[in-house]
Structure formats: structure tokens, C-alpha cells
Design a protein around this ligand. Structure first.
Ligand SMILES: [Zn+2]
Ligand SMILES: [Zn+2]
Length: 139
């Protein structure tokens, strides 16, 4: 189980929505999938995965939509900032928060690249992290 020894805060650009994450994330990953790309307007994302009981929404009301079967994405209706996705992973509901919406993204170095098969070819990644074509079962 995750240690509860750190708390991180994040929110949308306009400040209407704030959230709190307790303990360490399950994992942190780059994602190159088209759904993340189109929903955020970014070339790729880095997200930090948490279990629902580590997450508190402390201000504002998110909007949500289903971006693909079983995947709910949330955002601020005021400023459009993408905040999270929710899906099943290894038989449990997890919530992935986009690290760019956290107050301290420096604290979330990614551990790997997923959906590398959908990466934009001219985005030439030269780091030493492992790359996976899709979403591996283990972190
Ligand atoms: Zn906002
Ligand atoms: Zn993705």
C-alpha cells in the first residue's frame, strides 16, 4: 500500500477547481495516446496515478465525459484545463492526474512512456526511460 507521507495539491488554470493528493502515486508515466493528446491539446502528457481514497476535490465542480469505453476524463468548464482521467487498472478504479495541473510538477518525474505506438514521430524522445507500445499490466 502507498505511504501517506506526502500531500500534493493541484488545480485548474483559473483556480475554480482544486484537489489534494495524499501519499505516493501508484506510478507516474508519460502517455502518448491520441485520447490524451486531443483532450489536453498537448503533444503528450505526464500523469500520476492514485487510488480514489488518496484523492480529495477541495474546491469547485469538475465536468466529465467518457472519452472511450470505461474511461472518464474530467476538466474545468471555466478554463478548460484537463485534470484527470478515471479508469480500471489491474482490477481497481484508479485516477490519473495530469502532472501539469499540479502545483509542484517537479515532484513527479515520469518512470516510463506508454502508448509509444501513438507517439508523434517527430517528437524524438531521447531519455533512458522504458517505452511501451500500450499500457503494460505492471508499472
Ligand atoms: Zn478553471
Ligand atoms: Zn493517454
Amino acid at each position: 500500500m502507498n505511504k501517506r507521507d506526502e500531500t500534493q495539491f493541484g488545480g485548474c488554470h483559473c483556480g475554480a477547481i482544486r484537489y489534494q493528493l495524499d501519499g505516493k502515486p501508484v506510478y507516474v508515466s508519460f502517455c502518448h495516446c491520441e485520447d490524451c493528446r486531443r483532450s489536453t491539446g498537448a503533444l503528450a502528457v505526464v500523469y500520476a496515478v492514485y487510488l480514489p481514497d488518496q484523492v480529495q476535490f477541495i474546491k469547485g465542480q469538475r465536468k466529465s465525459y467518457q472519452s472511450s469505453p470505461g474511461v472518464i476524463r474530467t476538466f474545468c468548464s471555466g478554463c478548460g484545463t484537463s485534470l484527470s482521467y478515471e479508469a480500471e487498472w489491474q482490477g481497481q478504479l484508479v485516477m490519473g492526474f495530469f502532472v501539469a495541473s499540479l502545483d509542484n510538477p517537479e515532484a513527479f518525474p515520469p518512470e516510463r512512456h506508454v502508448f509509444d505506438s501513438e507517439r508523434i514521430s517527430w517528437f524524438n524522445v531521447t531519455d533512458e526511460l522504458p517505452h511501451y507500445d500500450a499500457l503494460p499490466d505492471n508499472k
